[in-house]
Design a protein around this ligand. Structure first.
Ligand SMILES: Cc1ncc(COP(=O)(O)O)c(C=O)c1O
Length: 328
């Protein structure tokens, strides 16, 4: 008999291409550039909005591998507001895995919306000190986890591993097919661990320029991306750069200008952005466009990687009312 899980697996295996939506605005026409949003934020299951966007891309082959290898449990790592933790819990429910989240830091009650939803989706939350959390890649720590939880399939923090890069390469290939005739071509994405961007750029050749916008402060992202490519033996002939100027002070930090921008973007295009990743990327992208960074006639594809699940927690924490879905 065909179960709901089989159905979900079918949908996952045959991931449908997400739309490319062109934006129309004065700040684009004034510079004679075209901006397309790759709507990966629409890539989700109706009942599992947390399993969305780049989480779908990064988890796809991991979930299939876990099934193939006969695992019943997936264990992963993340902070208290992690989109990846939320996505893994939702994926567990969709695809019939038990899930364990190793959470950085102490438990804070009441649980924030991200962890509450993860728990509702069946995830077992296990808190470790920040000091222990830093050991997450060490063999001894891993052995201890196995003693505690038995057998499981491990997905690293942020979901970034070789199979995640493969899923993100598919995203890049989709874009390439959708814009085949459009040159010069620029592709942009937000970066956290860098896994999404690393996979994305492997789908392009030297005729494409990709720009990554880190959500974190520091100048380590380029190194991280090179490391992903080397470690997983991927290569990309695309030219690419990392723009470190739009982190707004660091991860999950923001300034009123970012919030205003996100609200205006939503009013103009009815596309919700998240304040941690896509809001910062689109803000940076608009600045670059207005500064004349792109040549006349440029076609820019900006990937909307999702992340909308985090908006509720962000609103609650800062007393904001950012929209997290399209208007009714
Ligand atoms: C919405 C969103 N966009 C982009 C990223 C960055 O992805 P990566 O960690 O692969 O760089 C994340 C990471 O969690 C995310 O949640």
């Amino acid at each position: 008999m065909y179960s709901a899980i089989d159905n979900h697996l079918d949908t996952l295996v045959n991931t449908k291409s997400t739309p490319l939506q062109e934006l129309s605005a004065d700040w684009l026409s004034q510079k004679t550039v075209r901006l397309f949003v790759k709507r990966d934020d629409l890539l989700s299951f109706p009942d599992a909005p947390e399993f969305r966007g780049n989480k779908w891309r990064k988890m796809k082959y991991n979930l299939l591998a876990a099934k193939q290898e006969g695992h019943h449990t997936i264990l992963t790592f993340g902070g208290a507001y992690s989109n990846h933790i939320a996505a893994t819990a939702a994926a567990g429910k969709l695809f019939g895995f038990r899930t364990i989240g190793i959470i950085r830091g102490e438990e804070t009650l009441p649980l924030n919306p991200t962890l509450r939803r993860a728990k509702e989706n069946g995830m077992r939350l296990h808190y470790v000190t920040r000091k222990d959390y830093r050991k997450k890649k060490e063999t001894d720590f891993n052995r201890w986890l196995h003693q505690l939880f038995g057998s499981f399939y491990t997905v690293p923090e942020g979901g970034s591993n070789a199979l995640a890069l493969r899923g993100c390469q598919e995203l890049g290939t989709e874009i390439r097919l959708q814009v085949e005739d459009k040159k010069p071509l620029y592709v942009t994405s937000a970066c956290g661990t860098g896994g999404t961007f690393a996979g994305l750029i492997t789908a392009f050749d030297k005729t494409t320029h990709a720009i990554g916008f880190p959500a974190l402060k520091g100048d380590f992202m380029e190194r991280e991306i090179r490391l992903f490519l080397e470690t997983y033996q991927h290569s990309s002939t695309a030219s690419w750069t990392i723009n470190n100027n739009f982190h707004f002070g660091g991860f999950a930090k923001f300034q009123p200008a970012l919030i205003t921008f996100m609200q205006e973007f939503y009013d103009a295009f009815q596309i919700p952005l998240d304040p941690l990743y896509t809001g910062k990327m689109f803000y940076g992208l608009k600045e670059l466009i207005q500064d004349g960074y792109f040549p006349k006639g440029a076609n820019i594809v900006a990937v909307h990687t999702g992340g909308l699940q985090g908006i509720a927690g962000f609103n609650r924490r800062y007393g904001l009312s950012l929209p997290n879905k399209k208007p009714l």
